[in-house]
Design a protein around this ligand. Structure first.
Ligand code: GLU
Length: 464
């Protein structure tokens, strides 16, 4: 039974890297009948942002990853951290350090000159003298001075850090505020987190956090460090490549199931399967199969998945999603027909809306290029005859096949080529030449609206 968590710092919006580790954490918790918790790491008061905090919670709601219990805010847990700092000081596992900023800078400079990795030199570790006046001390942990800090990473295998690499790092600043690695370890331990699944940019924090677990006698959780998502060129993902706010995917017309399916595959696989329902993810996901190497963002694949989900979710759901884009089909008697037709060609909900509007909105202009190419001298006469045909069959015209039934003989008798008839109709009905099958459009618009649009185009001679 895994207890996992997602622990974002609300300094920016939730991006897809964060959503991916949340998804993995969520799946693992749900699959093992454990718990998935959300903790907002908001101790860095200067960089936190109220908006970002709301956006993170909103994004979770949108994708439907529900967490257990209340959201924990680190800013509300300061008393807990202070208690542990005092405990460590009392047990002589931590100590006050009175080094001034200037002294620290000088030490760093000296070490850099000697080509050493800058690290605190432990000068106050066993200090028993009178502290220098006027310095508010920081608190440092007594990190082990020899040996190794080892752990078995669920993705990367055996990790072994020389204790030398971890200095006596600061656990409380001079203003009493605890530091990042300290509070993460305390919270993970107190929240009972058994499995920490996070980006491998945190790998070097882990030995520090293990020092804290050991000092406080807490059990060390299992760690899984997930490799980064890169752009297709193997470089760091930028905004242009998709490293944007998760809610931007909503605005661009992606369905949450497509985004989650896309993310589960970015860094994890089950043979060559590409489509995963939430249930399949839950059945098949195991963090031990997370890929060891970085994955590449692939927009085409996301679009392909989105098209798949647009085609496969119910029309009811699509109609509901489209309302966000101002496209209201609710109560429209041809709702099913419109969606069945348009969803076949849409990669995003935005494209779906555009194609629906393209049919339902009366054209306000006719595309010049199409008119020049397809509206010839005899076109208007042909359309008039065609309208007469529609009129005489009015009572039989309901479905696309009804229009097809009377149109085919018309084309044959007149020896027309399809575009000769269909393109002018398309332009008259939608303004352009790109719309789907004219039979479908006529069926959706219905007899009266079809006649009215054809009449208007004829009257205006297809001029704007
Ligand atoms: N708050 C950290 C971040 O947003 C994550 C901490 C963690 O997962 O351990 O990068």
């Amino acid at each position: 039974m895994a207890i996992t968590r997602f622990a974002p710092s609300p300094t920016g919006y939730l991006h897809i890297g964060g959503l991916r580790t949340s998804l993995y954490s969520y799946l693992w918790a749900r699959k093992t009948k454990g718990q998935f918790k959300l903790r907002i790491e908001d101790t860095d008061t200067q960089r936190n942002n109220e908006e970002a905090m709301k956006a993170i919670i909103e994004a979770f709601e949108w994708v439907g990853l529900n967490y257990d219990g209340e959201v924990e805010y680190q800013s509300k847990r300061l008393d807990i951290y202070t208690k542990y700092i005092n405990q460590l000081l009392k047990e002589d596992k931590a100590y006050y350090c009175y080094m001034s900023k200037e002294e620290l800078d000088a030490l760093r400079e000296e070490q850099t000159l000697k080509k050493e990795t800058p690290r605190y030199d432990g000068r106050y570790r066993d200090f028993k003298g009178t502290p220098p006046a006027g310095i508010e001390p920081v608190v440092r942990i007594k990190a082990p001075q020899e040996g190794n800090i080892c752990f078995e990473d669920g993705v990367k295998g055996a990790m072994n850090f020389d204790a030398n690499q971890v200095d006596d790092f600061v656990i409380a600043r001079s203003n009493g505020m605890p530091t990042y690695n300290f509070v993460v370890a305390i919270d993970d331990a107190l929240m009972g987190i058994t499995d920490v699944i996070r980006g491998d940019d945190h790998l070097t924090n882990t030995p520090k956090q293990i020092v804290i677990y050991n000092a406080l006698g807490f059990d060390v959780p299992k760690f899984y460090h997930v490799p980064m998502i890169n752009n297709p060129e193997g470089k760091k993902l930028s905004k242009r490549d998709g490293a944007m706010d998760v809610m931007q995917y909503k605005n661009e017309g992606y369905l949450p199931e497509a985004l989650l399916n896309f993310l589960v595959r970015l860094g994890w696989s089950n043979k060559d399967q590409e489509i995963f329902s939430m249930q399949e993810m839950l059945d098949l996901f195991d963090p031990k199969n997370i890929n060891k190497s970085a994955s590449a963002y692939n927009e085409e694949k996301l679009k392909w998945l989105n098209a798949h989900y647009i085609k496969n979710v119910s029309n009811e759901r699509l109609a509901k999603e489209l309302e966000f884009f101002g496209c209201v089909l609710h109560g429209h008697d041809k709702k099913e027909m419109i969606l069945d037709l348009c969803k076949e060609r849409a990669q995003t909900l935005v494209e779906l809306k555009v194609s629906i509007d393209g049919i339902l909105d009366t054209p306000t202009s006719y595309e010049d290029k199409g008119v020049n190419k397809f509206v010839k001298e005899d076109t208007l006469a042909m359309l008039n005859e065609y309208m007469a045909l529609l009129e005489s069959n009015q009572s039989t015209l309901h479905l696309a096949c009804d229009y097809e039934l009377i149109t085919k003989p018309f084309i044959e008798t007149k020896q027309l080529k399809f575009p000769q008839l269909f393109q002018p109709i398309r332009i008259a009905l939608t303004g352009g030449t790109q719309a789907p099958s004219v039979y479908d459009i006529m069926a959706i618009l219905g007899y009266s609206e079809t006649i009215s649009r054809l009449n208007k185009a004829i009257t205006k001679n297809f001029q704007n």
